[in-house]
Write a protein that binds this ligand. Sequence first.
Ligand code: 13P
Length: 254
Amino acid sequence: MALRPYVVGNWKMNGTRAMLAEARAIDRSAQRLMKVEVALAPPFTLIHAVHREAEQIGVGAQDCSPSPDGAYTGDISAAMVADSGAKFVILGHSERRQGHGESDALVLAKADAALAAGLKLIVCCGETEATRDAGEAERFVTGQLAASLPAAIDAADERLSVAYEPIWAIGTGRTPTVADIGTMHRAIRKLLVERYGEEQGSAVRILYGGSVKPENARELLGADEVGGALVGGASLTAESFLGIVMASVDLQDA
Ligand code: 13P
């Protein structure tokens, strides 16, 4: 059975306790929108507070360490993330791959650590504009994912989602065409089925991320093999984020 669409807000390095009111408003509305699974990934400092506010939405982190504990100043382990109330972690976001030099192997090590701590995963992938212009986007993204994804996932436990986020679409207001998103998501689906088998590989939700807004959400979320959205800027206010969630509800009803 197909899982509900998954709409996740990645707050990135935004948010102090003053933003808890937005999280609360998102949570209260999500309670009426059961057709969509809604989640927020606030910065580490707010996870516990958002978790306490949340009755309906999922709460997750934006990163975790591959190491279980020890002398790693500034790092947060997967077990600590789980202990803070988070249920999932976003891994391999391009802002960490590019800004913090994270390799596919490191993302994979973090994925294994997160699974061992009982967390769900959203593993991100995406190409630069130069790679797309060179006609290499599919080859690059599937290669990046193949090297970042865990070897195995448990049957039917929704542990894994993938987010396709073309780097040139993040925070730019530019998006791929619906056809290009469909082409990429089909290539990712093929990889997932090869890796995990027909049943498990077909159940993994493939989210699209990159300049998703209330105005374009219905079109982007309607692309082939799109199982939800990973939203940055537009997840920072309840009004715009709920606009995207509502677009996903509308699509379900259509
Ligand atoms: P924007 O929605 O701000 O383009 O960010 C997308 C993103 O990187 C989500 O992880």
